[in-house]
Design a protein around this ligand. Structure first.
Ligand code: IPE
Ligand code: IPE
Ligand code: MG
Length: 240
């Protein structure tokens, strides 16, 4: 049962739902449906991104992770890639300007070194100056989960630390973050597409046909209500 206030209007999550991750999908289809170039879908998707992150904070989510650009997405046409990267660049600039208003702690998951030195530096700076805020937003950008695990394994081997689940986790980009309780994917695709493969071991998965640019707070409410109707067993036996 999801938690609503006494007027049954405002949703509040509790400690059972700390971390929600989104695989945002369907920007291209949203544009195509309107006879527009795919880039328009990404522009609209960027607005949705802000709206949904804000709403997650409002309902008490502590960590939001968003899959914004995968290592595989570089294979798209150059003009589309350029548009997405430029939107992300604008978002990062805006995030710095609005830091005090939004009070978000930003972390980028992925290899920053492929971006221009200016953009990589902005990303690092944003992480640094926002580090004291509570609401965490992880933005997976040039992210691939297998590459993340390989990188963590190599770092761990080089460090000489014992190899355990905890030490390996501590070398992932998500170090220090709880695993996602709920992963939401939009646009009717039912796969993880190389996203958080390690961290998703016991995540609940929720798929919606809604295209990402159309995603509304009410869609988040539906995903949250669905999550609260589930029983997480972690391989054990509950309710016996
Ligand atoms: C998600 O929308 C955005 C990214 C993957 C960067 P898509 O661009 O994948 O949209 P569809 O799947 O083509 O509709
Ligand atoms: C996954 O979406 C990547 C992101 C959301 C950034 P894609 O649209 O790239 O995934 P596939 O190709 O349908 O698996
Ligand atoms: Mg897609």
């Amino acid at each position: 049962m999801a938690l609503f206030d006494k007027n049954k209007t405002t949703l509040r999550v509790d400690e059972r739902l700390t971390h929600i991750a989104f695989i945002l999908d369907g920007n291209g289809r949203w544009a195509k449906k309107r006879g527009l170039p795919r880039e328009f879908g990404h522009t609209e998707g960027a607005k949705t991104f802000k709206r949904i992150v804000r709403y997650c904070g409002d309902i008490g989510i502590k960590v939001v992770t968003v899959y914004a650009f995968s290592t595989e997405n570089w294979s798209r046409p150059k003009n589309e890639v350029d548009r997405i990267i430029s939107l992300l660049g604008e978002y990062i600039k805006g995030a710095e300007d609005e830091l005090e208003e939004n009070k978000i702690r930003y972390t980028f998951l992925g290899d920053k070194s492929v971006f221009t030195p200016e953009m990589a530096e902005r990303m690092r700076r944003l992480e640094e100056i926002s580090a004291h805020y509570e609401l965490r937003l992880n933005i997976a950008l040039n992210y691939g989960s297998r590459a993340e695990i390989v990188r963590a394994a190599a770092e761990l081997a080089a460090s000489g630390e014992p190899i355990t689940e905890e030490t390996l986790s501590s070398h992932l980009y998500t170090a220090g973050c709880p695993d996602p309780d709920l992963i939401v994917r939009t646009a009717n695709e039912r796969r993880l597409s190389n996203f958080l493969l390690w961290q998703a071991a016991y995540s609940e998965l929720y798929f919606t046909p809604t295209l990402w640019p159309d995603m509304q707070p009410s869609d988040v409410d539906e995903a949250v209500a669905d999550f609260y109707a589930r029983e997480r067993r972690y391989g054990g036996v509950v309710g016996k």
